[in-house]
Design a protein around this ligand. Sequence first.
Ligand code: G3H
Length: 255
Amino acid sequence: DVIREWFGLNHLEHQLKEQLGLNKVIVVAGNSLTQTWVKNDLGRAAVQQLKQWAEPHSVVSVAGGTTMEAVAQVMTPHPVLRTLLYVPARGGLGEKVEYQANTICSQMAARSGGQYRLLHVPDQLSEEAYESLLHDEQIQEIIKLVKSARIVIHGIGEANTMATRRKASPETLAKLKNKQAVAEAFGFYFDRNGNIVHKIQTVGLKLEDIKQAEHIIAVAGGQDKAPAILAFLKHGVHDCLITDEGAAREMLQYI
Ligand code: G3H
């Protein structure tokens, strides 16, 4: 705590909480843009928070990405975490396997001793395939579970970085540029005012569903993500932000 005080982390947390109207903000030291180990600290802080909010047998819906992977990596067996059911927030978004929500759920369950369910949805869905999947009984059952999640945990990405990483088509990249997308979360893309400007067609949570959860934990750090984090938070679906000093100081320059 003394160290946190020295580095001014408590002060940063307080300022962000007030200015962004969040219920809880945790700022870890460093900048994950330039210091790779900071992502692990974000992961540890997220697991800590999850332990505080989890109740036995809670359903936790989990998004994808490298930050969520870092969260899964630092999980260890724990009396409450081992009773949880981890489900992916949305189906395939075009990510590499290790960063897909499905994989991360299974990792979280494996490391903490909990249970998981998967959403078997292919990445590129035609309109007809999408419609028929929505009627599939097993998919419906999992979607129901996902929607019942008490806790949602997710990353936030910079729009262009995410679209490029997911090998979006030139048309999609042009659309995102045209609509001035700056942020991405759960496969939804947002402009700087928090409006959704594009969504990846898949099944799972809608952003309105997320509001039903008791706790929403966003985990995103790195100085370069500041505009994306602010844009996503403007959408209004937020509760707890776990970030790093790099992103926190940069965000305070913008607000
Ligand atoms: O869905 C992915 C997230 O929005 C961000 O991914 O944690 O790898 O930056 P990341």
